[in-house]
Design a protein around this ligand. Sequence first.
Ligand SMILES: Cc1ncc(COP(=O)(O)O)c(C=O)c1O
Length: 503
Amino acid sequence: MMPDPTHPTPADDIRAALDSLRAQDLPTHGGRTLSYVYDSGLAEADAIGREALAAFASTNGLDPTAFPSLARLESELVALAAGLLHGPPSTVGVATSGGTESLVLAVLAARNGSPHVERPQVVAPSTVHAAVHKAGHLLGVDVVSVPVDPVTFRADPAAMAAAVTDDTVLLVASATSYAHGVVDPVAEIAAIARERGVRCHVDACIGGWVLPFLDDVPPWTFAVEGVTSISVDLHKYAYTPKGVSLLLHRDPALRRGHFFASAAWPGYTMLNTTLQSTKSGGPLAAAWAVVHAIGLDGYAELAKRARQACLEVACAVGDIDGLDVVVAPDSTLLALTTDERCDVFTIADEMGSRGWLVQPQMSFGDLPASLHLSLCAATADRVEELVTALTGATAEAVRRGRVQVDPQLAAAAASLDPAGLDDAAFDGLLTIAGLAGDGGAVQVPERMAEVNALLDVAPPPLREALLAAVLDRITRAGAGPRMPVVPDRPADPLTQLVRSSNL
Ligand SMILES: Cc1ncc(COP(=O)(O)O)c(C=O)c1O
């Protein structure tokens, strides 16, 4: 039973309520959830991380002179990452709340570093993480999306060079890309950036704590001349609790553009290195604790286990009738696709019913719909189980056949302009899509294949608008208890005294 917020609730009841809510979530540990979460399988490292998270939960990174411990933890993590990523001694960095914030700051620094450019633009491969598009959207920067090579799924340096103009302030490459798990040709892209006198950011949010421990990886770090910044998330493959990414710059001048100071009000001078102002030191302390609990030797071991798991699954997929690897993986992420007899959306549902989360990815331009698997160390002992589940799920998907989207519905979706739709129209569309429950509330069905297949044929802007409508409806708060409105309640005697004495 959920507690009544009007009165104090005993701690045990609160625990029970939280436990019952958590029971509805995906498991964060156990190695069967192959996106969103990262599991080292090391219970002791998790425990010290949780301890540090709790111990530092109420500290505030707003002012590093008030909480010098946080400045120390941050600079030690930055120094460690700079060493891993071949940063020169001039390397500086910040800890952010996650990959998206790191990328927003990289774009912000590049934009502010070129104040003479009126309409700044970023040139990025079409596979770049959506967070770069978010950065462009927030910061008024155009993101020029350059199609990747359709065979290698890697950025096409020549096409990127052709897209650079005098307004370009930043080139981006991924190491690795999220959707297909490959490393872009960073050296070529950084060379273009250098030649044109612009910055080059490497998004290593997901690959940055794995690639340094693997062999045969093409160059992608600060060892490459022309790479000016790199983002690497600790809350992914450093297996730390959520809430920490690092953004590193080759030198302090490159970082200055995302610092913010304001003395334009009567309170404290606001000084921020990142987007957040008040920020809990909990995630940072937890990251520091876990990174030390595992150690670089430990990470080398974990990276090899996850890589091995990824390669074993990729090899086994070759023997699964109907399923295929999209491209040979460079790291620990795998993208899978199907032949024409079945679809990835049905396989994702079937995997769900077998206790595995694999994430469906829609088709995009010439790139096929696929399944995303982030393999972690904790999955390494379950590879056989995973392959058995994939084999069964694919066989069942072939038996069911591809989800057929009504051609009339597909044609209607293709012609809809989401900008012209109001709330009522979205309610209607969500009903057609099978996402509406009682009273207009959103109900996510257990099997999502039909919904996903419909979204897959919708043009990306309609996809975005429909899913935003779902999110809007899921996150509408119900009515909570209200404070009674007491008109003209007299102030209590002490307040009256203070007011009248002109203190
Ligand atoms: C390559 C890459 N960049 C950026 C991000 C965004 O990170 P976050 O979800 O922590 O904001 C991700 C997340 O998966 C990623 O894989």
